[in-house]
Design a protein around this ligand. Structure first.
Ligand SMILES: [Fe+2]
Length: 204
């Protein structure tokens, strides 16, 4: 598997290209912005299928979804159902950085069982937050960051839920799972178990 990280947009959102050599499936995780850059990088892979996967609905993670879908021939995005209404909402924008919601957002579709990855429900940062686990590589959106975690004060956010997602779901994974975060550097479950104050009990 090849993982390529593209830092996009005004908030330095991580968009990830995940290419599986065996079946030549290409997944674009969080096409947050800079659609032309994402499409140009995606086209460098000799893929047999391309899909857009969203970890959550926030505009800085989806702003190029419409552009990428049109350019690459995708007619839907994967997104967990509790985030669908937020994703489609006319208030899903963030002036002045993202002044407008998507005009024709690709239809959101719930994740389905498949042989490439599995999906962990990670509510808290948003109700439909998803962790996408390809083998030992986890794409965790804004639920977990290096030594930190996502904010819970935006619409649909919930403190207790993100604590459960961090402690009960993510910390149930083995130490050697690599966590690719929605912003900032990559980390591992083991490093976060030891050092993350929201996880090891040192945050007061
Ligand atoms: Fe977010």
């Amino acid at each position: 598997m090849i993982v390529k990280t593209l830092e996009v947009g005004p908030f330095g959102t991580n968009c990830y290209l995940v290419f599986i050599e065996e079946n030549r499936h290409l997944y674009i995780v969080d096409p947050g912005d800079d659609g032309e850059y994402i499409v140009a990088e995606a086209k460098k892979f000799d893929y047999s299928k391309v899909e857009l996967l969203l970890t959550h609905f926030h505009i800085d993670h989806i702003n190029a979804a419409e552009f990428c879908a049109a350019a690459l021939g995708c007619d839907f995005v994967r997104l967990r159902t509790p985030d669908h209404a937020y994703y489609l909402s006319s208030s899903n924008c963030l002036p002045p950085y993202f002044p407008e919601p998507l005009k024709n957002p690709p239809a959101p579709r719930e994740y389905e069982e498949n042989s490439d990855y599995r999906v962990l429900a990670l509510p808290g940062h948003t109700p439909g937050g998803a962790g996408i686990l390809f083998g030992n590589d986890l794409f965790c959106g804004d639920t977990l960051f290096l030594n930190s975690c996502g904010r819970t004060d935006l619409p649909g956010g919930d403190d207790r839920e993100i604590t459960r997602s961090l402690l009960d779901v993510l910390m149930a994974l083995p130490d050697d799972v690599k966590a690719y975060c929605g912003h900032g550097p990559v980390t591992t479950i083991g490093a976060e178990r030891r050092n993350n104050p929201y996880i090891n009990g040192t945050y007061l």
